[in-house]
Write a protein that binds this ligand. Structure first.
Ligand SMILES: C[S@@+](CC[C@H](N)C(=O)[O-])C[C@H]1O[C@@H](n2cnc3c(N)ncnc32)[C@H](O)[C@@H]1O
Length: 283
């Protein structure tokens, strides 16, 4: 199997540990909400042991995806999130409607033991630093027959064909990371730029594909039951807000970040394609 490298995960630092990142997160809530709605439409949590089923939201962040899950009527939801700053925002949002667990996805088995009916990891999978540890951890946490649902988009995921709008979006992303790297040279940024170049050329050897997802989960007895692709359309301003938030992990001067983000030419509407996967624990 080809090596799958996680561009963000090459660095142990979780950008979401920063207090200011967790506060800036609210500027992009509607985008994450949109993608959580897509995932929930694809896999309805109530079909997994009804309202009483144990559902976990891995990398729950400030609780945007969890709020969407709760709206379906789920009663037993646990937010799993390693960043204290993000958890604080989630607790403000959801109070006693859910439970909270400060934990990395790689350590789920410290808390869950074959008792989870359904686990979501939304806009988070690309951040897991130790993939083999995560695979063992999710397989232990799920009940036999329990499901794991996650979404993933470029640059971590490779699609066979990209539309003109998606290529424009990826080029704008590349432009952003190239300029950011000029202000704050960093191994992750260089890696991301190289990866985006490859994706524009449709060379997907170093990113996840449907086949590689199927293969890596099969190694822990989990079967890929279904997958789909959705397009999240976002106005250019939202994309700028996401970049501005991510840039805070690399550059501390806000004016420099604002100038950098303003300098990128963007199509009016950006197209972010996401793949959503549903895996079933067979053991
Ligand atoms: C982009 S946010 C997504 C939040 C939420 N799922 C949503 O859709 O709004 C990614 C979250 O993953 C968390 N994260 C990073 N590394 C993680 C890990 N190893 N295990 C679990 N969560 C992690 C970050 O702290 C952050 O809160």
């Amino acid at each position: 199997m080809e090596t799958l490298i996680n561009p963000q995960g090459t660095n142990d630092q979780n950008p979401f540990n920063e207090g200011k990142t967790s506060q800036a997160y609210s500027r992009i809530d509607p985008i994450y909400e949109q993608s959580a709605i897509e995932a929930i439409n694809f896999v309805d949590p109530l079909k997994h042991n009804g309202a009483e089923g144990l559902v976990i939201d891995i990398g729950a962040g400030t609780g945007v995806s969890s709020e969407v899950i709760l709206k379906t009527g789920v009663k037993n939801l646990v937010l799993v999130e390693p960043s204290e700053a993000m958890l604080e925002q989630a607790i403000k949002r959801l109070a006693d409607k859910a439970e909270y667990c400060k934990l990395h996805a790689e350590d789920l088995n410290d808390k869950f033991n074959s008792n989870v009916d359904l686990a979501y990891a939304l806009n988070t999978f690309h951040l897991f630093t130790d993939l083999s540890k995560f695979l063992a951890s999710i397989a232990c946490a799920l009940k036999p027959g329990g499901c794991f649902v996650f979404n993933i988009s470029t640059p971590t995921y490779g699609f066979e064909k990209l539309s003109k709008e998606e290529i424009a979006t990826i080029k704008a992303n590349k432009d952003f990371y190239t300029k950011l790297n000029e202000s704050a040279p960093n191994e992750i940024l260089i890696y991301t730029i190289a990866l985006l170049d490859k994706i524009i050329d449709c060379d997907f050897t170093e990113v996840f594909t449907k086949d590689s997802v199927e293969q890596i989960f099969a190694s822990v007895g989990m079967r890929l039951e279904d997958s789909t692709e959705v397009i999240i359309k976002m106005q250019a301003d939202y994309q700028r807000n996401i970049w501005s938030m991510m840039a805070q992990s690399f550059v501390s001067d806000q004016k420099q970040i604002d100038d950098l983000v303003k300098s990128i030419e963007l199509p009016e509407e950006l197209h972010i394609r996401q793949a959503i996967f549903k895996l079933v624990n067979q053991s």
